[in-house]
Design a protein around this ligand. Sequence first.
Ligand SMILES: [Cu+2]
Length: 185
Amino acid sequence: MRSTISLFALAALLSACTNDSAGNAEDAGEGAADTAERSLTLKNSDGADVGSVSLRQEPSGIMLAVNVAGLEPGAKAVHLHETGDCSAGDFTSAGGHWNPEGKSHGRDNPQGAHLGDLANLQVGEDGSGESRYLVTGVSLSGSAPMIDDEDGTALVIHAGADDYKSDPAGDAGDRVACVVVSTAG
Ligand SMILES: [Cu+2]
């Protein structure tokens, strides 16, 4: 995540330095910050594209629209994990659940839930599924807690269903898909 930010900053700097060069007009356009809506690509552990996550700032929080294809059928746990890093093959690089309030896991846990706990996604027999989540009280940028915080956040899909109570991760099995949730694109 840090390297993503640095590269983004570097690209912005380079395009600013060469502003008079017509050849860089397109690069400058891509670098323009736009947090209105962003679509990110979900990858499986082989690096293949298995869907998308779009983010949109709403007055009460962030709307996440998750669309998947090519997954095994069944209910899958969906969580925001604490580190924006999907580089490890098993996605353990994303760390534990995003939990800035220091709670336990699961909406059915009296000490829960993590801010990153989302509802299970149903994947049909054709391997596709979609779900929308309004994560209230968070923002893409500006006021805290910010979803794209210093070390980023990742959206992770697991092989199995979240039981909504087993701490710390809902007994949801392996991590099968991951995407870094970033406002920097
Ligand atoms: Cu998870």
